[in-house]
Design a protein around this ligand. Sequence first.
Ligand code: GLC
Ligand code: CA
Length: 568
Amino acid sequence: MITSVVPGDPPRPAQVPGPSAAAPAERELPAEQPASGAPDALWWRDAVIYQVYVRSFQDSNGDGIGDLPGVRARLPYLKRLGVDGVWLNPFYPSPQHDHGYDVADYKGVDPMFGTLEDFDLLVEDCRKLGLRLVLDTVPNHCSTEHPWFQDALLAAPGSTERARFHFADGRGTDGELPPNNWRAMFGGPAWSRITEPDGTAGQWYLHMFTPEQPDLNWRNPEVPAEFEKVLRFWLDRGVDGFRIDVAAGLFKHPELPDSPDPEADERTRDSVNPLAWNQPEVHDIWRAWRAICEEYTQLDGRQRLLVGEASVPTPAEQAKYVRADELHQAFFFHLLHAPWDSEHFHQVIDAAVRDITATGSTVTWVLNNHDQVRTTTRFGSPERARAAALLMLALPGAAYLYQGEELGLPEVDDLPDDVITDPIFFRTGSRKGIRDGCRVPLPWSGTEAPFGFSPDDSAPSWLPQPPSFADHTAERALTDHTSPYHLYREALHLRRLLPQLGEGTLRWLETPPNVLAFTRGDGLLVATNFGTTPAPAPVTGTPLLSSAPCPPGTLPPATTAWWIQPRM
Ligand code: GLC
Ligand code: CA
């Protein structure tokens, strides 16, 4: 986590709003020391990575859709915020049925987002600014427009082309019933029937998400071999690692038997069908990918990162994904799923620290991402969201932030039906679990839409921004020292300055009900009041940092504070 001095801002594409959108008066922070935490080679162990949902971050060419030149133009903002790196959601060529998680070409850039040259310039700028760059990779499924699937449609049952996917004959007298009873994550059956080239009703193929996302057959050696090439393609272009989509997927039970409880599979978006997820063979793939990363480390000493989206039932099960020769990290979603409740937070933090650190890895904390209701709305107030963030940033390990959480953005939950794009909406006919509300384009500046998201006179942003976004622009946040932006910035800065905030120990303290308190290393004390009435502060003195003003001796409701404990 050693920070280099920020060189001059990289050149901006002419159309992107100028520095006024992200400039003035920030409170002076003390000069940065060399990083206190992990050595540079092990940078990921306590890194804070900022997730950029490319289509909603910054539009550079006025089509109302964010793009890679837009990301590039805003890197100085991220550098100033103090994150260690950036994870980009998929920008590969895709028909966008699931916003890029339906990949038609794993080695390209969708023209909607720019060009490979734009990508290379982005790598260069990240390098200059000392920001790590992490890409999203989607190995469980591709797009029906991927050439492999198109070839499979034209080929015969039993062909090598079909063997890259899960094609099977249907059940029933005429094959009119799906091969098994599995349900797809986004609603409906997990199988769709194709029409054979001769026009007859044909075989079925498996898709654990939408029908436009056919699952790849990882038992066919061609599949892992192709993905190794994909990884090397991007590693050779200079990326620092990959976020792995659906990392508990890939392998299915070899016989594809019926699920004992398809209803249960349908009731939740979590991966529950034990025949479709979390098969033991997937760990061999992560070992192979880790070995590729190590090869690149051999060349320059820099560790490449693999961070998995492995939704598995327990922290202990998750720990298997981050064994020393597998993934470096796996998102710890149990914190993200925790309600605003001190006991619940206590339990999940405890289990994570115990089970994950036992593997030699560090916990990868996350409260927001592009699939979840934003914390401001989920926890019921901006104060709670701020308190939760400051608590998370005091925990041992790495953390991921999702764009806009530093601006205190709420979920936009009143988007009209006719602008919703999430396939969950179309597959289930319900707004339950839909994800558009956390994907509304960021407000950067000004008082009216598009709030600096697009150049003047552009097409409307792909999802409409509500007028209330005027209160959340980056421009406003930068000049208001009480904004969440400044809280995040100061917390990130202190993570660099204080060795206690690295990956070391966490020790719980006795507390009154609804309060959590712990020490980190020597002398740093952290407390959160989850209650609705003020609690006594666990220590006298002014906090080093707090998510809301703390009168002396008091920890107000929905507040987290950090103190340096006076030595006895
Ligand atoms: C992951 C992604 C989500 C996507 C799904 C299918 O859960 O985070 O956005 O829809 O995988 O690829
Ligand atoms: Ca654009």
